[in-house]
Ligand binder design. Structure first.
Ligand code: SF4
Length: 287
């Protein structure tokens, strides 16, 4: 049986940077706080926690004083930096440079259009940490849309500036753009900015190709990863013999004799070491 790991799967550079920052800091300190999961993969979080990383939420963050806190790749709204300054918290800022650029772009748009009737719209997942960081650039005024129905909340007689969360699908973004164009009243200005990160967008065609090239596919991701769920759906569409797993313990049975070629792939939050462990288990159990 051939077992192959997808070279295009695994952490994006934003997550790699954040983890490297945490590892670097943890060499010199016993405890480093991280605001939210550094990556949506519980096994990687556990590995870093064993080195001294402590994951906290915003409520705990607000109570901290004089500690060192890492901000993960998703980024944070301005209010987080204000809290840090008030509480003498030292920030280790691992916000992904791509997200940082997007935050600045939205902030600029907000400043330039403030006082006009322009609506800033963000295509993204409500409540997602990155989206909260983006909405924060507009003093909380941006409207978040996840699906077509959410567009009912827009006023199509007013100008619209649309941005996207970096990890959304290009197809979904195009559908939203087309629908806004359809509903817009004459003479209204509509600017849209494709701010989708290609580190993620390019994974989609790659995962479909990879899934098609194998008899059986194990897709590895944490249960909390939205990118993982989205990519797995694409994987399954391309090859119905695809299974979502989060750890090697979930592989308990050997595969059917006809399966000759097995692929192991994953999300942007899936560590390489975990895919390697899983490949080893597949070889062992089917040996
Ligand atoms: S997906 Fe792209 S924008 Fe998001 S953290 Fe990774 S590299 Fe940065």
């Amino acid at each position: 049986m051939i077992v192959e790991i997808d070279k295009g799967s695994g952490f994006c550079f934003g997550v790699v940077n954040a983890i490297s920052s945490a590892e670097r800091e943890l060499k010199n300190t016993d405890t480093l706080y991280c605001l939210g999961d550094i990556v949506h993969n519980s096994l990687e979080v556990e590995r870093l926690e064993a080195l001294g990383l402590r994951t906290i939420d915003h409520a705990e963050f607000a109570r901290l004083e004089g500690k060192k806190v890492l901000l993960r790749a998703h980024g944070e709204p301005p209010s987080t930096y204000e809290t840090a300054e008030r509480n003498r918290i030292q920030i280790v800022d691992a916000t992904c440079p791509v997200v940082l650029q997007l935050q600045k772009k939205i902030h600029r748009c907000y400043q330039e259009t403030r006082g006009s009737r322009t609506q800033i719209v963000i295509y993204g997942k409500k409540g997602h940490a990155e989206v909260n960081g983006l909405v924060g650039q507009t003093d909380g005024t941006a409207i978040v849309v996840e699906k077509i129905d959410d567009l009912d909340r827009l006023d199509f007689s007013r100008n619209i500036s649309l941005f996207s969360q970096t990890t959304k699908s290009l197809d979904g973004f195009r559908t939203i753009v087309a629908e806004i164009e359809k509903r817009l009243e004459a003479g209204v200005q509509f600017d849209y900015h494709d701010t989708i990160c290609r580190q993620v967008a390019n994974r989609l065609p790659n995962i479909q190709k990879f899934a098609l090239a194998h008899d059986w596919v194990y897709f590895v991701a944490g249960k909390k990863s939205s990118n993982g769920r989205m990519l797995f759906e694409e994987c399954r569409k391309a090859n119905s013999h695809s299974q979502f797993i989060s750890s090697e313990e979930e592989i308990t049975e050997p595969l059917a004799k006809e399966v000759k070629c097995v692929g192991v792939c994953g999300a942007t939050s899936t560590p390489k070491w975990l895919m390697e462990k899983i490949a080893e288990k597949i070889r062992r159990i089917n040996g």
